[in-house]
Design a protein around this ligand. Structure first.
Ligand code: SF4
Length: 345
């Protein structure tokens, strides 16, 4: 329809995903070395340096401007009570944009701005959290004034490599997925995709070795080793030798404030639902590829979760730690390369 072609994307009204829950409890994970803390714009570097001359600068490892970390891997502005000193002394608007937004995001669609959340954050994945309300998060996803800023704009949906549909056609399809994800059905059955699809010019075993070799002393490197180790175990049945627990102290704090344990199914279902809702995949990939990619990371996460439970972790915490790892790795260039190699029609 000609009218639909002209339809623009918009950021208002702000639309949270029904059932998505989050508030910042200050578990402190996002202010530590998930990988690096940034990137920052040049203007933000200057602002941070005005507060502390050595707080930010060019980082060769990340090839970008980043906040500097202290010896414990935490941001130089992180106080011993895990509050941000910039926030405490100058207010939230004084923080770099990424700090203000995380773990929230915004995708502009023809019907409004979808509020999205990352799940590499125990405040998002564990405990008794309130439902996300636009009025509570609007300032985080807006610029200095009151203008919500979109991370991406999605008008049409690539269902497969050969089929693209209008956003209005996508909405009922997605609603059914989201509804099923809230239930008890097997998540792999809902995704209806084979994990570990064939890779162009590589093998899963080769990827596993590359991931294990990417350890760089950061917590990200430990998560990479977990994922690589698990891929190797799932592919070849070899016994995994999982490395230490990255970010365990932040999850200790999350567990201490969450007396009621949830199930791993709830944690995983909530994560997959937000991955679908975010429409990140629609920028470069099809829904068919996204389902195979999510099925792969889910399979890895479930295996990690089983091992963490075997070492005594509570079900919701084990799942939250597993999601943390597969999401951190999923956001990396390493995983983008894997996705680019996936052969899914
Ligand atoms: S500036 Fe504040 S919010 Fe940002 S990483 Fe540092 S402590 Fe955390």
């Amino acid at each position: 329809m000609a009218g639909n072609k002209k339809k623009k994307t918009k950021v208002r009204p702000l639309l949270p995903r029904p059932g998505a829950r989050y508030t910042c409890f200050g578990d402190g994970l996002c202010c530590t070395d998930i990988h690096g803390i940034g990137p920052l714009t040049k203007k933000e570097v200057a602002q941070m340096r005005r507060i502390d001359r050595k707080s930010a600068g060019w980082n060769d490892d990340h090839d970008d401007y980043m906040l500097n970390t202290a010896a414990d891997g935490g941001c130089v502005f992180l106080m011993s009570d895990l509050r941000c000193s910039v926030h405490a002394q100058l207010g939230p608007e004084a923080k770099p944009d990424g700090c203000r937004r995380f773990p929230l995001g915004l995708v502009a669609t023809p019907v409004g701005g979808r509020i999205t959340t990352e799940h590499r954050c125990p405040c998002r994945t564990m405990g008794d959290r309130p439902e996300i309300r636009p009025e509570d998060v609007e300032s985080s996803i807006s610029d200095g004034g009151s203008r919500p800023i979109a991370d991406r704009r999605i008008k049409r949906i690539p269902l497969s490599a050969k089929k693209e549909i209008k956003f209005s056609e996508w909405e009922p399809i997605e609603a059914e997925y989201l509804n099923r994800l809230r239930g008890r059905e097997s998540l792999l059955a809902i995704l209806d995709a084979e994990p570990f699809p064939a890779l162009r010019g590589s093998s899963w075993q080769g990827q596993a070795e590359e991931f294990i070799g990417a350890r760089d002393g950061s917590q990200f490197g430990v998560a990479m080793a977990w994922v690589g180790d698990t891929i190797g175990a799932l592919q070849n049945g070899r016994s995994p030798r999982p490395p230490g627990r990255p970010w365990a102290t932040a999850f200790d704090r999350a567990q201490a404030r969450s007396p009621k344990a949830g199930t791993s199914r709830e944690v995983f279902g909530d994560w997959i639902a937000d991955e679908v809702w975010s429409l990140k995949w629609a920028e470069d990939y099809s829904f068919a590829l996204a389902r195979a990619e999510l099925a792969t990371r889910l399979k890895i996460a479930e295996d990690i979760c089983t091992r963490l439970r075997g070492s005594g972790a509570r079900a919701d915490r084990a799942a939250a730690e597993a999601v943390m790892m597969v999401e951190v790795v999923g956001e990396s260039d390493f995983w983008t390369e894997v996705k680019d190699r996936m052969r899914v029609s």
